[in-house]
Design a protein around this ligand. Structure first.
Ligand code: SF4
Ligand code: SF4
Ligand code: SF4
Length: 534
């Protein structure tokens, strides 16, 4: 579709690989170019599984849009079609290459942005397709389940594993107490699925919609993020005081964990043993909350709404059962899946009144809200670690040096008179750079935050998909990040250790942060994994 005419040359050039040269005159919209594009489009459609009505990308598909723009009313060429098996073995991602248009955006995202190369183009001509090492399932190769390939696929060839049917079934079951929790990044993305401006904070309408869908309780994962900070900051302080393994890395991104397990298993003891916020929160709901409200934990079904497809994999990991062998979280749905559920229930999202999260677990801090953006976990942890270490309140709680869209941010911050060297990384290709430097002794840090998705969870694999055209015009990161930081600024409590609900749970149930009970419920372990690459 990128054919153009270059003056003085025969035929067409493809603009995506044509290098600009001095004096070159390029025509992008001549009659000949438009005819050629129409023919290409016709040929693509002739080998495309045309299931528009039932495709998850119906209404948000770049191929559909092009067919409309070029006024294609019928399919000109009918002939052989490729028939690829659907790969739905992984808990996170479904690949249907019968819908692939071979644009290779997924390949370059996986290779260049994420530095993984789990997928590449194989075969030639009509047989060309995107595949994995030895055509294995994505589940069985070095894929991290970050979902960035889904974000960049223009059609429905890549999508999350849809779990909305499981949730809808549970909501009908009167015997089950169905609790939902929503991650920080979801509230600044969900509105976009209903035509609201990019980055709108639609928290209030989202809660109302969840209540209308029939969830028994609607809680905020931000409270779980406050628990994560309490545990992670305590773990960091202990490592610093006791000459423990440093740098310590964050652990709330499951794609990062899978990346370390496959690529740098010798660094596993650097990774914090803290579970991610929604896992911690699920464990608290099935233990302390269940006990306090006299609910049988085996009757509680916890649904997490996440901006992430890797979280679907995370809940299947071993050592994610804090209570009596019950999974901390029972099912994960993405922001996009929640939007689908709301649409299916004919709820007019934009017309909803605002509601509040259910108490008492609705209480969360500004520190937790910023988890959704790169640098947020580090900043939240520093607020708490600094105050605990120095024993006095910080004069300024913002750590601006760890904010922003840059893929690798480095800073030295003073905590209780000590220089603490921190690095904040987003995108796995950047993570690989930092890990190689650490391995080769070219860098040294005390604390490292890694989020697999470039920009953090606000641009996660489960967030609303923006077309390449939109992304070329709007800085989606900035809009969603601004919205997240404004939640923090407006919060009355902005440090995790000041959350009154946490104080109550530690006092009545968990004991000391980092203590025996907290470890049993809120911490996990990791394994070395085999990996395969092209
Ligand atoms: S999910 Fe991430 S690692 Fe896996 S194929 Fe897609 S981009 Fe690559
Ligand atoms: S991004 Fe989608 S359409 Fe493009 S090559 Fe990958 S799977 Fe195919
Ligand atoms: S950065 Fe966030 S959305 Fe992306 S894989 Fe990690 S946890 Fe999921």
């Amino acid at each position: 579709m990128c054919v153009v005419e270059v003056e003085g040359r025969r035929g067409f050039a493809t603009s995506c690989i044509q290098k600009a040269e001095e004096g070159m005159v390029v025509h992008t919209n001549t009659e000949k170019v438009i005819e050629a594009r129409k023919t290409v489009l016709d040929l693509i459609l002739s080998n495309h599984e045309r299931e528009c009505l039932t495709c998850t990308r119906n209404g948000n598909c770049e191929l559909q849009k092009l067919a409309e723009e070029f006024g294609l009313n019928d399919i000109k060429y009918e002939g052989s079609k490729n028939k690829h098996p659907i790969d739905d073995k992984s808990p996170s991602i479904v690949r249907d290459f019968n819908k692939c248009v071979l644009c290779r955006r997924c390949v370059s995202t996986c290779k260049k942005v994420q530095g993984i190369s789990a997928i590449d183009c194989t075969e030639r001509g009509f047989e060309s397709c995107v595949s994995t090492f030895e055509n294995e399932s994505l589940n069985d190769v070095n894929c991290t389940f970050c979902g960035q390939c889904i974000q960049n696929c223009p059609v429905g060839a890549l999508k999350e594993k849809d779990n909305t049917d499981i949730v809808e079934e549970k909501l009908k079951d009167k015997d089950t107490f169905v609790v939902v929790q929503t991650a920080p990044a979801v509230r600044v993305g969900i509105g976009e699925e209903f035509g609201m401006p990019i980055g709108t904070n639609a928290q209030g309408k989202m809660i109302t919609a969840l209540k209308k869908l029939g969830f028994d309780k609607v809680f905020d994962t931000n409270t779980g993020a406050d628990f994560t900070i309490m545990e992670e900051a305590t773990e960091f302080i202990n490592r610093v005081k006791n000459n423990g393994v440093l740098p310590m890395t964050t652990s709330c991104c499951p794609a990062w964990i899978r990346f370390v397990e496959m690529n740098y298993p010798e660094f596993l003891d650097h990774v914090s043993s803290c579970k991610s916020p929604h896992e911690m929160f699920g464990a608290i709901i099935k233990s302390y909350y269940a006990q306090k409200h006299n609910i049988d934990p085996s009757k509680i079904f916890v649904v997490s709404v996440m901006p992430c497809v890797a979280k679907k994999f995370e809940i299947t990991r071993d050592d994610m059962q804090g209570v009596e062998n019950l999974n901390d979280v029972d099912v994960v749905i993405t922001t996009r899946e929640l939007a689908r559920m709301i649409k299916r229930a004919h709820i007019e999202f934009t017309e909803l009144e605002d509601s509040e999260y259910d108490s008492p677990i609705g209480e969360a801090t500004g520190a937790a809200a910023i988890f959704g953006v790169t640098g947020g976990v580090m900043e939240a942890a520093l607020r708490t670690a600094a105050e605990i270490m120095q024993g006095t309140p910080l004069k300024k709680i913002e750590f601006e040096e760890v904010r922003g869209q840059e893929g690798i941010k480095k800073a030295t911050v003073k905590i209780a008179g000590k220089d603490v060297r921190v690095a904040v990384v987003s995108g796995l290709a950047n993570a690989r750079r930092v890990m190689e430097d650490l391995k080769n002794g070219k860098a040294d840090y005390d604390f490292l935050e890694v989020m697999s998705c470039p920009g953090g969870c606000i641009l996660g694999g489960g967030q609303p998909i923006k077309s390449s055209k939109t992304r070329s015009k709007v800085n989606v990161f900035k809009k969603r990040a601004d919205s997240i930081y404004s939640i923090d600024e407006k919060s009355t409590i902005r440090k995790s250790h000041e959350n009154p609900y946490l104080k109550e749970v530690y006092k009545e149930y968990l004991g000391e942060a980092g203590g025996h009970n907290a470890h049993k419920l809120l911490h996990t372990s990791y394994v070395k994994r085999e990996k395969y690459r092209f």
